[in-house]
Design a protein around this ligand. Sequence first.
Ligand SMILES: [Zn+2]
Ligand SMILES: [Zn+2]
Length: 157
Amino acid sequence: MGERMRAQINGQCECGQSRYSLSRMPTRRFLCHCTICQGVYKAPYADVLVTGARSVAIASEHSLDFKRLNGEKSVDRGICNHCETPTIGFLQVLPGVKLGLVPATRLEHTDGMPSPAMHIFYESRVADLHDELPRYETPGQSIRACLWPFLAGFAGL
Ligand SMILES: [Zn+2]
Ligand SMILES: [Zn+2]
């Protein structure tokens, strides 16, 4: 990735006590309809941008509580301990490959960022959405569809 991808984008929770910045533009975006996202975001689905974990700088470690809500290998979700907003997530997909999962609603802007590319975990949707995006309706398909670009990049494919 070249200079074009460099950025300084700020994100924060609802109350402003949990803050971070991204040093690179996220490269992917998906809409996640899993029941865990529905629960933590209190919304029908989550609009999530993906970047490398190393491009995320957390400015307020003490105000974020990290929790894995679906087992040891699941997304480590940073939730503000003042306002309970899910603010930033991390997912270790392979040794040495860790992703930052950034809720689009937590960023100061999403100018120049990708549009959502797919629906994942669509089998647990609250309501049908009427758009042309691909839909993945099993956990296996959903995980492969959203992680494959990163695994392929890591493997040099
Ligand atoms: Zn907060
Ligand atoms: Zn989800």
